[in-house]
Write a protein that binds this ligand. Structure first.
Ligand code: PEP
Ligand code: MN
Length: 293
């Protein structure tokens, strides 16, 4: 294959033949969510909330924090891909029941729901409540799931698997675009690297993937520092770094009592830390001409 840029793993022919729809040869895509919120333009939306919705009381408290911070995109996770199949007594997977809680959330708060779909069988149940479908890192190459979700024609956040290349990610995004759903948002959420084979740093946020993806693709790229570093103390610096590196959206996990969170208790920031972080993002955003919504 003729590689015009030796040393680069994405060639001109990849851009034209392997991912013709998501490639940078196309016009930059802006994924509009509502009148104020869109990914890929001068707005940097924040998607925030707990790891899983847990229960009505908890998610209502989180929605109040969103409203106070003038934010609208809620992490409303009800189905969770967990690394191990065992559950502690504390863990409560809301599953299908969570859809009812999300319905109540929508009646009581002006929020839009971002939620992960893991199985095609759940799409029917979810489609009227979920505003943005997330396809998680572990399902990045679950092609039937991507195709069927795309057919609903709602925005999709496609997270990069921690062991997959940018080339693989763009290949996966093509499965959604080919279904004529152009509302695809890519997400960097950390990769596996030798030093991350220690429990202290689970993944490593691949900051340079942000400009690289912008170079190769017309799709917006967002960053999820919470899942990358797995450590609440590092969430703020990595979130600020993501914005500075050009991330077109941010996913941030917060919880009223982080160390008591049912899932991933080490990575969530508390309400005050979250509110301070949003303030800092708005300050930095204004000097970059980006509005934080
Ligand atoms: C999540 O966002 O809840 C999640 C499981 O993320 P990831 O797929 O990136 O691990
Ligand atoms: Mn998680």
């Amino acid at each position: 294959m003729d590689n015009k840029f030796p040393g680069k793993d994405i060639t001109d022919s990849d851009l034209k033949d392997k991912f013709p729809l998501s490639s940078s040869l196309n016009k930059k895509k802006i994924v509009k969510i509502d009148n104020n919120i869109s990914f890929g333009g001068d707005v940097v939306p924040i998607i925030s909330g707990p790891n899983g919705i847990e229960n009505k009381d908890l998610i209502f408290k989180c929605c109040e924090v969103l409203e106070k911070n003038n934010l609208k995109l809620l992490r409303g996770q009800i189905y969770k891909p967990l690394t191990f199949p065992y559950r502690s007594k504390k863990y409560y997977e809301v599953g299908d029941e969570g859809l009812k809680i999300l319905e109540e959330v929508k009646k009581n708060f002006d929020v839009l729901i971002v939620s992960e779909v893991m199985e095609t069988e759940k799409l029917e149940l979810m489609k009227d409540i979920v505003d943005v479908f997330q396809i998680g890192a572990r399902n990045m190459q679950n092609f039937p799931l991507i195709s069927k979700t795309a057919k609903l024609n709602k925005p999709i956040i496609l997270k990069r698997h921690f062991g997959c290349s940018i080339r693989d990610l763009l290949g996966s995004s093509e499965y959604a675009l080919i279904e004529k759903n152009e509302k695809v948002i890519l997400c960097e959420r950390g990769i596996s690297a030798p030093h991350t084979h220690k429990s202290t740093s689970r993944f490593m946020l691949d900051i340079q993937a942000i400009p690289a993806i912008k170079e190769y693709s017309c799709l917006p790229i967002i960053s999820d520092p919470s899942h990358a570093c797995f450590w609440h103390e590092w969430v703020e610096p990595l979130t600020l770094a993501s914005l500075a590196a050009g991330a077109e959206g941010l996913m941030i996990e917060f919880h009223p009592d982080p160390r008591e969170a049912a899932v991933d208790p080490l990575q969530a920031v508390n309400f005050d830390e979250f509110t301070n972080l949003v303030k800092k993002l708005r300050l930095i955003g204004s000097s970059l001409n980006k509005k934080i919504f």
